[in-house]
Design a binder for this molecule. Structure first.
Ligand SMILES: CC(C)(COP(=O)(O)OP(=O)(O)OC[C@H]1O[C@@H](n2cnc3c(N)ncnc32)[C@H](O)[C@@H]1OP(=O)(O)O)[C@@H](O)C(=O)NCCC(=O)NCCS
Ligand SMILES: [Zn+2]
Length: 240
């Protein structure tokens, strides 16, 4: 287990991106998000366990590897397209998976889009956690663009800061890194003129994040995401 003292939080730099994409992908591949792979045709998401059990794909990261060849035809749970694996051996000898209908949910370019969106907002706050030279977590957010969140307008003011993402590498969890990232985020938010609240969205079935945010004095805003019934908004006041 890592010692808390060994982790430092610092601002994002461009060289961090590849690791951010890896941590992002592995963090959201698990329950309750289950965003590991998707059917390209209908975009339905598949979680890591579901893919491992049902389709034989195993490793998680920027690149996918195929471990046990499976020959049966697999069909998409939603649209029925064939998701059977096609395996190709690379020049280096590794087996890689190709399937035109089944793809990473969060590819590097998807993560790039998400991060670039944050960078383009006003007052972006983008932080990473580094432990012994390895990037082990990140968080980012910005002054809330209320036009994007009309359903929050009655509850939060213009000066609120939205924490868009926070994730810790699954191998480095439960050692206080998530909390450190949150603290630093709230601290950065509190230095913005007129900032009153930090607001974020999580999923009430996500035990880890629900209890982390509760222990950091976040409370429900009483608003659910209109598109996802179990995703709710939390807030925390920023005090001087
Ligand atoms: C949520 C997340 C960032 C927490 O990161 P972490 O570094 O493990 O968190 P910490 O070690 O700082 O834990 C802080 C507190 O959260 C709670 N917690 C964390 N993981 C938990 C779990 N699996 N079950 C129950 N409580 C948990 C505990 O209260 C913990 O304090 P404690 O260890 O002193 O008991 C991490 O689980 C993650 O990346 N999840 C996937 C991405 C995600 O869901 N992000 C949040 C919503 S956008
Ligand atoms: Zn499908």
């Amino acid at each position: 287990m890592l010692n808390k003292m060994e982790t430092k939080i610092r601002k994002y730099e461009e060289r961090d991106f590849v690791r951010i994409a890896e941590v992002y992908k592995s963090a959201f591949a698990e329950q309750p998000w289950n965003e590991f792979m998707k059917c390209k045709r209908c975009e339905v998401n598949y979680g890591k366990d579901e893919v491992r059990r049902g389709y034989g794909y195993s490793s998680i990261g920027a690149r996918l590897e195929y471990v046990e060849p499976k020959t049966e035809n697999r069909e998409c749970k939603k649209c029925g397209v064939s998701l059977s694996a096609r395996v190709r051996q690379t020049q280096g000898g590794a087996y890689v998976l190709t399937n035109k209908d089944f793809t990473e949910f969060w590819s590097e370019s998807d993560v790039k889009k998400d991060l670039s969106f944050a960078e383009a907002q006003s007052n972006p706050i983008i932080l990473v956690a580094e432990s012994q030279g390895i990037l082990v977590g990140f968080t980012w957010g910005y002054s809330i663009p209320l036009a994007e969140f009309p359903f929050l307008a009655a509850k939060v003011g213009e000066g609120s800061v939205y924490m868009d993402e926070i994730a810790v590498d699954p191998s480095f969890r439960r050692s206080g890194i998530g909390k450190q990232l949150c603290h630093s985020f709230v601290e950065s938010a509190s230095s913005l003129a007129g900032a009153g609240l930090v607001v974020l969205r999580t999923d009430e079935n996500n035990a880890a994040s629900m209890s982390m945010f509760r222990s950091l004095e976040f409370e429900s805003l009483g608003v659910y995401d209109p598109k996802f019934e179990s995703r709710l908004y939390l807030k925390r006041e920023i005090r001087d």
